[in-house]
Design a protein around this ligand. Sequence first.
Ligand code: 6YU
Length: 505
Amino acid sequence: GGARPRVLVVGAGLAGLGAAQRLSSSRAFPHLRLLESTGRAGGRVCSQPFGSEVVEMGAHWIHGPSKENPVFKLASDYGLLDEEAMSEENQQIEVGGHPFLPTVFYSNAGRVLTPELGEGVRNLFSTLLDQTREFLHVPQVSVPSVGEYLRKEIAQQVKEWTDDDETKWLKLAVLNTYFKLECCVCGTHSMDHVALGPFGEYAMLPGLDCTFPGGYGGLPDCMLTSLPKESVVFHKPVTAVRWGGSYREESQEGRTFPVQVECEDGERFLADHVIVTVPLGFLKEHHETFIDPPLPPRKADAIRKLGFGTNNKIFLEFEQPFWPPDCQLIKVVWEDESPLIEAGTDLQAGWFRKLPCFVVLQPPEQYGHVLCGFIAGKESEYMETLSDAEVLTALTDVIRRLAGNPHLAPPKKVLRSQWHSAPYTRGSYSYVAVGSSGNDIDALAQPLPEDAADPWPLQVLFAGEATHRTFYSTTHGALLSGWREADRLLSLYDTSESHQHKPQL
Ligand code: 6YU
C-alpha cells in the first residue's frame, strides 16, 4: 500500500530504462515513475529513418559483444541481433577497441594512398595508443595528456624514419587523420584534453563490434514495452530536484517525502528516491539550479572536471559510389597537415577538415550508397550551426577533392546529428579530461545524502554513462549504471521487504 517507497527516474535512456526495468520487476517498488524530457525513449540511442532505411544518430555499435556485455545479452534475448553477431566465434574476437574494416585512404589531392603506407601508419598509431594505456598505475606521468604523449613519441620516431621527404610528410598527414579519428572515439575536441594517467582505465570486452540490423532503437523500445504503461511520462523535462526536505501531499495525510521534483510545466512529484540519469553535458550546464540544495563540492567539482565533448555523424546518400565495392571505410587525409603542426582555427573556412573518415553502411543492397562521416570537437559544434544545404555544399567539395573529380554528382541526401545543441544532452559522451580521474567518476556516482546515517537514505541517486568508471561513453556502461542504482535501492529495502512478508502476529 501507501507506505511503499515512491521512486522517480529522470531520463529514459538506457540507464533510466535499465533502472526502471529492474525496480519494476520487484514487488517492493509499485510506485515507480519515469520522467523523460523528450517525446521518445532511448536518449543517445536514436535510430532515425533515412530514405527507406534506418540510421543511427547516436550509438552505433555494441562495443565488445560477448557474454559479459549486458547490452549484447539483452539485445540477444530480445532477438535484435543477427546470427553472425551472436556466433561464438564473433564473441571471442579481441580487437582492442579498434575493429578492422577494409579501408581506402584518400587524400585531398585526389590520390589514393598505397595500402602499405596506410597500414604502416595504422600499426604505428595503434602501438603508440596501446602504450598510453600503460600509465594507469604510474605515479608521475611526464606529460598530462594522451595527445602530448603521442606527439612526443612521434617527434622522436620521425628522426629515425629513412623515407624520402614526401613519404615522411604523407605519413605525418595520415597520423593526423588518426588523431582526429581518436577525437571521435573519445568524444573530445583534442587528444590534448584527454588525461594520460587514467586512460588505461577504460575497459574493453571481447567480441567483434556489431550493429543492430533493425536499428539500435529496438533495444530501448523493447525495454519500454516491458514497463507498466502509466509509469512513463514523456515531454516532462525536470527543472529541479529538491532533496533533504519534508514535503507533504494534500491528498495523502500523514506521509511526508524527502524529495520534490519540479518540472518545466510546473508539475511537481514527491518521492522517497530519485534516480537522476541526465547526461553529464546537462549537469555541467544546470547542476547549480538542477539539484537543490546544491551538490557537495566534491561532486560539483567532478562535474566541472570530467570531460564531455561532441562527436557527430553526417550521413550522405549517393546515387553512385565513388569508392570501390569492397571498401567499408574511407579515411580522409589532408596532405598539408601533421600532428606536429598546429591546426588552423578558422572554423568557417576549414571545419570540414576535422572529419577523419566515412563508414560505408553495410550491406549496400540494404542501404544503397550511404556514407556515415564522423566529426568531433569545436568544428563539429560549428557544423551544428550550419544548414543542411551548407553542410552538403562543404562536403560535396571535400568528396570531389578526394575523388579527384570536380564534377562528381553531389550526394542526393544529407542527415546529421546535432548532439551539442540538443538541450537535454549538450554533447556526445564523457571522457576523463586532463585534471580529472576515475575518482571523479566515482564521486559523481555517489548518492545523496552522503551521510550514511541520515534518516532518509538514498534520496538522490546518480546513473548514466558518465558514472561508470570503466565503461563510460558506452551503452553497456549506461545500462550497468542504471542496474547498479536500482540494486542500491533494492538492497536498502531488502530487510524491510522480508519483514513485511512475515505474518503479523
Ligand atoms: C556505444 C557506440 N557511439 C555515438 C554518438 C553518441 C553516443 N555512444 P542518455 O542521454 O541516453 O539518456 C538520458 C535521458 O535523460 C535522455 O533521454 C534525455 O532526454 C533525458 N533528460 C535529460 N535531461 C532531462 C531532464 N531535465 N528531465 C527529464 N529527462 C531528461 N555507445 O556503446 N556504442 O557506438 C556509441 C556513440 C554520436 C552521441 C555514442 C556509443 C554512447 C552511448 O550512446 C551513451 O553512452 C548511452 O546511450 C548513454 O545512455 P544514458 O542513459 O547514460 O544517457 C580508451 C578509451 C576511451 C574512451 N572511449 C572509447 C569508447 C568509444 C565510445 N564510442 C562511441 C561511439 C559511438 C560511435
